[in-house]
Design a protein around this ligand. Sequence first.
Ligand code: GLY
Length: 577
Amino acid sequence: MSIRAQTLARILLAGAFALAVVPAAAQTRPGPAQTVTARSHMVVAANPLAVRAGDEILRAGGSAVDAAVAVQMVLGLTEPQSSGIGGGAFMLHFTAGEGALVAYDGRETAPAAATPDLFLKPDGTPLTFYDAVIGGRSVGTPGTVRLMAEAHRVHGRLPWARLFEPAIRLAREGFAVSPRLAALIAADQPRLSQHPSTRAYFFTPDGLPLPAGTMLRNPDYAATLAAIAERGADAFYIGEIAADIVRAVREHASNPGRLSVEDLAGYRVAVREPVCGSYRGHEVCGMGPPSSGGLTVLQILGMVEHFNMGGLDPGAADAAHLLAEAGRLAFADRAVYMADQDAVPVPVRGLIDTSYLTLRAQQIDLDRAIERPRPGNPPWRDARLWGADNSLEFPSTSHVSIVDRDGNIVSMTTTIEDAFGARMMVRGFLLNNELTDFAFAPMDNGRPVANAVAPGKRPRSSMAPTIVFDREGEPTIVIGSPGGARIIGYVAKALVGLIDWRLDPGAVVSQPHVLTLGRTVELEEGTPAAALEAPLRARGHTVQVRELNSGLGVIVRRDGRLHGAADPRREGIVLGD
Ligand code: GLY
């Protein structure tokens, strides 16, 4: 065992995580998150009813994938603003025994009829974000149902139909609108009330946003799920449900889209190799292109590995400065190199090459922010002529971490993109606006943009479902978060918290956030991080103090037990046994 591994083992054995065994305990809000410990299985997700569904399936002998299907179907009902069967997802799956890790890509695709000017006005300038989002134009072919079916075909244990029972039950009997859902409906009222389908579902007959605690039934969603449960994913992709999706998209009164029944019938899940890199003796594996999540997290870690993060105070300006600088350099590369690798060449290996990241890290000065971080020249650089992509991503999305009793693992991040997606419902579920994750402008200063719209292409994502392995190849950390492009900073800092600062999962999800999307350094308002504004400005950073609404879901395996926590900023819980 190396010195690093021995040190880590000593830290772990010394009980750096102060934990009590709380079988089937649930974390409550508000305040710092508790770490929940279990012996056999664990599920963490952003909604208590969804977590209960996953726990029910695991207790019934289901696999991690079985539980993930049940969780996803309930999330689409109780946290509809974030994810659902009208959207897409990425799932990392680890098969215990075989030691096999695979990445399932259920990302939405652009319609075959999409063209690079999809989000340009007639004068050639880009549409505003919400002019693009609301309506049919932004809707990509949903991938979540095919992803669930494909993962279940390979890794499922319980019958497919059984996995839909909790969600169908809740949709028929009703569930209480949560405070977070109620607040988001109210905040989005001007947009969400435009379309008759969302107006009828999310508002009272008098047009008021549904208050928290309202018992909401969704018989249309129950019927959709019953059809998928009975006839499989084809019930969604071929036939009446698909026809209704296409009709809603194409017949939107003011902003129609180009989706066709052929797009739906032809949708395929891509099974990919995860992208992996080493960090202080751990192997960190994430989702590669079309997500920028795995590569950008690995770039940040690969740069801060050159500094003694473990020796720094997690709350002090030095640590914040290093994470910010690594983040700013990584986002400079992300803007030009990362997109759907099936459509454009992406220098995947070069971007996380250790020599390349050493060169990038050498640009970091402890005392002074880099004035304007520029993209580097990674080896295997097939993409040097790309222009920069300045596309926006907004913080909807949801993350699910699951370990089953056999040690199989799911780390899945799932989304309909912006909160409430395209603001249109079909048969009880919301349609995504994932196509606005493409660059709106296909050219930048005369150069083509890698993440431009193209037929059948998958828009660049930031989702970063992650699994970390120790030196012996044992999976030790399962993690991910919602938050648009901020996912990258949330996950990277949480990994530094777990590995360098030896925080337990509850402490790590409760850490004040410090992150960047490339230029400005963002500090979480109302937390001690806000006090870093002056010292970071003194080093030359542009700083913004703002709400940072992560939704981290973490499971750590140590000493033969599972230790988990859900981000206290959202409504998630942990259940285990
Ligand atoms: N739409 C959020 C993401 O894919 O990162």
